[in-house]
Design a protein around this ligand. Structure first.
Ligand SMILES: Nc1ncnc2c1ncn2[C@@H]1O[C@H](COP(=O)(O)OP(=O)(O)OP(=O)(O)O)[C@@H](O)[C@H]1O
Length: 263
C-alpha cells in the first residue's frame, strides 16, 4: 500500500487533438488516464510507441491542457499555475536542450541564472553538479563536442542542480552506453532516496525493472495496468507466471500490450 501524499495525481485525464480536416472527430491521444507518482519513489510510465507517454508528460508540465480530467502536481493545477509549478519541477526531455556553443559549465550557469538560483549558491552547486554527473574534467569543453551519453548526463545535471520536488525524465537513457546509463540510474535512485518524486518514461524494460518502485503501463492512450512489479506479475495468468521464473517485466508488458507492431 502507498500511504504518502501523491506528488502527481491524475484521474481521468483525456487529451484530444484536432485533425487536419475539420469534419473528422478529434484524435484522442489520452483517454481517461489515471497516474500517480509519490515522493521517495521512482514511477515508470511504459507503453508502446505512440501510446501517449510524451503527451502525458506535456500535460503534467502544463504545456498541454487536458480536454477533461482531474490533475494536481505538487498540489498545483499545471494548466493555471504553471509558473509556480515550473519552479518546483524539472523536466529532462527526449531531445537534449543544451547550448552546443557553450561549455558544460556555461550551460549550467545559464540554466541556474535563468531559473533564478540564488547567486550565493550558484558556484558551489554548479561544481557539485559537474562532479555528480561525472563531467568535472570536461567542464570547460563545449557541449556540442560531447558524446550522446555525456550530453544526456549534462541535461540530467541541469535538472538535478535545481533540486526539484518532482523530476520528470522522458527516456533518460535513450541511446547511451552502459557506463553512462549506470551513472544516470544511480543519480535517479539518489533523487528518490532523498525523498523526492521521480517520474520517467522508458521503452527499456530493464530500466523500469531496476528503477521502478511503481509501474504504469498505458497503450493506445489508455491505462492497461498499474502497480509494483510484484503486483503486475501477480496479475498474469497462472500459465505465464509459471513459464520461466522469475517473470520479467518484458513478459508482463507483452502480455498486457500484445506483440503487434505499432505505427
Ligand atoms: N500535437 C499533436 N497533434 C496531433 N497528434 C499528436 C500530437 N502529439 C502527439 N500526437 C499523437 O498522439 C499519440 C501519442 O503520442 P506520444 O508522442 O505521446 O506517444 P509516446 O508514447 O510518447 O510515443 P514514443 O514512445 O514513440 O515516444 C500519437 O499517435 C501521436 O501521433
Amino acid at each position: 500500500m502507498r500511504h504518502s501524499q501523491a506528488t502527481v495525481e491524475a484521474t481521468g485525464v483525456t487529451v484530444e487533438f484536432a485533425r487536419g480536416r475539420s469534419k473528422q472527430a478529434p484524435f484522442r491521444a489520452l483517454d481517461n488516464v489515471d497516474l500517480e507518482a509519490r515522493p521517495g519513489e521512482v514511477t515508470c510510465l511504459l507503453g508502446p510507441n505512440g501510446s501517449g507517454k510524451t503527451t502525458l508528460m506535456n500535460v503534467l508540465t502544463g504545456l498541454l491542457a487536458p480536454s477533461s480530467g482531474h490533475l494536481r502536481v505538487l498540489g498545483l493545477d499545471p494548466a493555471t499555475q504553471r509558473r509556480e509549478l515550473l519552479r518546483r519541477i524539472a523536466l529532462v526531455p527526449q531531445e537534449t536542450s543544451l547550448y552546443p556553443e557553450l561549455t558544460a559549465r556555461e550551460n549550467l550557469v545559464f540554466h541556474a541564472r535563468y531559473y533564478g538560483m540564488p547567486v550565493r549558491d550558484q558556484r558551489a552547486r554548479i561544481e557539485e553538479t559537474l562532479d555528480l554527473v561525472q563531467l568535472g574534467s570536461r567542464a570547460s569543453d563545449r557541449a556540442g563536442t560531447f558524446s550522446g551519453g555525456m550530453q544526456r548526463r549534462l541535461a540530467l545535471g541541469k535538472a538535478l542542480m535545481m533540486k526539484p520536488d518532482l523530476l520528470l525524465l522522458d527516456e533518460p537513457t535513450l541511446g547511451v552506453d552502459v557506463q553512462s546509463r549506470e551513472a544516470i540510474w544511480q543519480r535517479i535512485e539518489e533523487v528518490a532516496e532523498e525523498g523526492r518524486a521521480v517520474l520517467l518514461t522508458t521503452n527499456y524494460m530493464e530500466e523500469a525493472q531496476r528503477l521502478g518502485d511503481h509501474i504504469t503501463i498505458i497503450d493506445r492512450g489508455a491505462n492497461v495496468v498499474r502497480g509494483s512489479l510484484t503486483e503486475l506479475t501477480s496479475q498474469l495468468p497462472e500459465t505465464k507466471r509459471a513459464e520461466v521464473p522469475p517473470v520479467s517485466l518484458q513478459d508482463v508488458f507483452l502480455h498486457f500490450t500484445g506483440s503487434g507492431l505499432r505505427n
